[in-house]
Design a protein around this ligand. Sequence first.
Ligand code: BES
Ligand code: MN
Ligand code: ZN
Length: 497
Amino acid sequence: MLPKISFSKLSAPSKGTLVVFADDALHLGQTATDVLSGVDGLLQRAAATGGFSGKVNTVLDLIAPSGLDLDRLLVVGLGKASAAADLGESAWMTLGGVVMGALSSSEAADVLIDVPGGEASPEAAAAFAMGAKLRAYSFDRYKSTSGDDTSAKTKKLTIGVADTKAAKKAWDTADAISDGTLLARDLVNEPANVLTTLEFAKRAEELSKLGVEVEILDEKAMKKLKMFSLLGVAQGSEYPPRLVIMRWNGGKKDDQPVAFVGKGVVFDTGGISIKPAGGMEDMKGDMGGAAAVTGLMHALAARKAKANVIGVIGLVENMPDGRAQRPGDIVTAMSGATIEVINTDAEGRLVLADALWYTQDRFKPAFMINLATLTGAIIVALGNQHAGVFSNNDELVGRLSEAGEATDEKVWRLPLSKEYDKLIDTPNADMKNTGGRTAGSITAAQFLQRFVNDVPWVHIDVAGTAMSSPKTEISKGWASGFGVRLLDRLVSMHYEK
Ligand code: BES
Ligand code: MN
Ligand code: ZN
């Protein structure tokens, strides 16, 4: 369950559950020091017996500490005494996750964002709240019994801060980004019998409540636009494809928009080049790129970003069927280029070919960034710790890397070159949809680049990061929501006035 989060003036509650912070010299912030002043030496004694040394992200859990009327006191480590006052946003976000995890059965808690030897910023408090909220998320809507699992029980979190007004304002923004991240997680976690192409389009359409303009192209409209690369992937499914265009007009009327494009394969069986059975259920998450774009549009609209932003998602299901596309088929993309389909399991690039071409052709964006669970090879190369990025523009990819460092959604650049590009040439058409056995993530990126028409562009391969990524303090489930915080930050750092 997600907690209700509110902010109040730093003050000392006398009952219930209280959370305070200590550095590795066991120093507390001023308000927390006042709370514990009547019980001299409590922290030192409890720390000695409980083995608590103030190390960052560790917790000392005291039930009904004697001498205080509190039911429970949690002391949370901030680490090095000299650095405690300058903890960054991602450190505070992690602390939010740690606290939410440690609270577990407490129904309500007061947290004093109060650091020894300084004052935590409103942004720190908002980051803490975001971490708590992201940690509390669990995908449990299909569990008919609850209570036996690890999901958070804390209904109410009251965060004490020095400047309530500033913290609330920072939280308005951070909460919007949290909601966008959780929307992306929900979409990725949702099974493909529920989240069909049509259902996904419907959920994207709900963003209109936030002021996003949503336009949906059906099969007929896509045929008219000659998107036969995308349509070829969809033709084996009972569920028709959709291209969803979301527009957030938060900038000035004539500001050039920026564009985000997502791979939305709601299920990837591989098609006729069918995948092996083991682990195939994970392919319900093959729309992680589209989920991130949708979550991002939610975040930008909910926080009223001052930028014009386009989100485009290509929604298809890749199924084997009597009408499915075959290996050897040749299709013509919207750009006019012909593609020999060597492997029907390399379908994401076929979807993106038309989505990318359409986006640059119609919107002439300042840049285009696409996200896609594109290749298993990116997991071989980078594991689940970094997303792979490919770009034709050093400045744009540099900015993205900075946003990655700031949000802890990390990216790592891999090369593009004409030598790699050659690997997708074929005698039978303008290109084929797979390279050789090697450099699979790069040849996939080379394929995409043939459809970006020299617009500044980054491709983010999120196959390893959107799902089954490592558990962290702020993400305990299968879907991470990767990309929403990263791209929101890119927009706020460089593209808002
Ligand atoms: N959706 C997969 C990539 C993927 C694999 C995502 C594992 C998440 C986890 C993609 O459509 C695919 O099947 N790619 C093939 C390409 C190959 C046929 C050239 C792959 O990676 O094996
Ligand atoms: Mn595939
Ligand atoms: Zn796929």
